[in-house]
Design a protein around this ligand. Structure first.
Ligand SMILES: [Zn+2]
Length: 149
């Protein structure tokens, strides 16, 4: 039987030290949140979350393996590609569900709405592809996974 003290000793929050280097005392929440927002914003802008200068993509669908400026590896293995795909799927599904909600508030014929949502969802998924992969790379950077050798 586990007690609360046993469970708390199993979990470590040491990954937070990668997000905000600890000096002394507890992590200041505002500093941590600011860093998270800044890293994710740079990622959404397709700019390296580490140096804030290198471009993450060399073409529309090709991500740089390493940052051309600081050399950090954006995706260490091929499997990390799936994290970006999950983000893209969730975002695209959210757009489709929000569009489908229009059926309750408008008189648009259902088949017209389905056709329009199919086109919009497909276009959104293609457009958001780079941003989703870059956002996942930003999340990996925040958790310290990018810096592991
Ligand atoms: Zn960089």
């Amino acid at each position: 039987m586990y007690r609360a003290a046993d469970l708390s000793s199993q979990f470590s929050f040491s990954f937070l030290e990668d997000i905000v280097p600890l000096r002394r005392g507890p992590i200041r929440t505002s500093r941590l949140m600011w860093r998270i927002v800044r890293v994710l914003t740079y990622s959404l802008l397709l700019i390296c979350p580490a140096c804030h200068h290198g471009h993450m993509f060399r073409s529309r669908f090709r991500m740089n393996v390493r940052c051309p400026v600081c050399g950090i590896v954006f995706e260490r293995s091929a499997g990390e590609f799936s994290g970006g795909m999950a983000i893209n799927t969730i975002a695209t599904s959210s757009v489709a569900v929000a569009g489908a909600a229009l059926a309750f508030f408008t008189d648009v014929p259902v088949w017209t709405l389905i056709a329009v949502l199919t086109v919009i969802s497909t276009a959104f998924a293609i457009w958001f592809y780079r941003h989703a992969r870059a956002l996942w790379a930003g999340i990996l950077f925040l958790t310290g996974s990018m810096r592991e050798e």
